[in-house]
Design a protein around this ligand. Structure first.
Ligand code: ADP
Length: 222
């Protein structure tokens, strides 16, 4: 079996983190750990965490660092993540979370951090036209809908517009990205872990560029 990998994938909303992580998780046989997907599942299942998260999420605001770290730590403790590695999508997204993650994983905890760079005008357009499967998180758009109207090709679930993919919530999320998440670029550059990839290219090109970077990193550390 191919070697695993331990990655953080950074990028603003709509940069393509989810799309690339699905492909990367198959390529390296590692779990795709998306805090957004885990939180949306909690909201759907009406768990106490979901009840607490819903209002903040619908408005596009971030949840408290400790809360999100605790659900990530629980997932990272599972066997697949411990033995093969992981792809972290949507976490960390504050310096506080990145520090907690570093403490959790230790100094050599990550192979690298992929930063998908995409101009804001492009992500705005991607987000307002984005549609997602409520059940498995597969991503579609108005220009690339599922084969059967709004039924997921992968799992048969309902394909919907996310409640936070509205113009107002998108503005809140993008400004939270600038204020809270962009500083992580310097945080990981200072640690020699950052790799920036042009996320405005088509998904196949972004995927092969990402795999090349990971290969180079892993060969470098072998
Ligand atoms: P996006 O990156 O497109 O905003 P996500 O699916 O990653 O969407 O996250 C959806 C929402 O879940 C966020 O707007 C926020 O409310 C919450 N969330 C997800 N990850 C985190 C995190 N690491 N820290 C705080 N809140 C988070």
């Amino acid at each position: 079996m191919a070697a695993g990998v331990r990655l953080v994938v950074l990028g603003k909303q709509g940069a393509g983190k989810g799309t690339q992580c699905v492909r990367l998780s198959h390529r390296y046989a590692v779990p795709h750990i998306s805090t957004g997907d885990m939180l949306r599942a909690a909201v759907r299942n009406k768990t106490p965490l979901g009840e607490q998260a819903k209002v903040l999420m619908d408005g596009g605001s971030l949840l408290p660092d400790e809360l999100v770290m605790s659900i990530v730590a629980e997932r990272l403790a599972e066997r697949d993540a411990r033995t093969r590695g992981f792809l972290l999508d949507g976490f960390p997204r504050t310096v506080g979370q990145a520090e907690m993650l570093e403490e959790e994983l230790g100094e050599h905890g990550l192979d690298c951090v992929i930063n998908l760079e995409v101009p804001t005008e492009l992500v705005m357009n991607r987000l307002v036209t984005r549609r997602v499967c409520e059940d498995c998180g597969a991503i579609y758009s108005l220009s690339q809908p599922p084969t059967q109207p709004w039924t997921c090709d992968v799992c048969g679930g309902s394909v919907i517009q996310r409640p936070d993919d509205t113009a107002d919530a998108i503005m809140v999320r993008l400004s939270a990205y600038e204020k809270e998440t962009r500083p992580l670029i310097d945080f990981y550059a200072e640690r020699g872990l950052l790799e920036t990839i042009d996320g405005s290219q088509d998904p196949d090109t972004v995927f092969s560029a990402t795999v090349s970077v990971i290969t180079r990193r892993k060969e470098g550390s072998a």
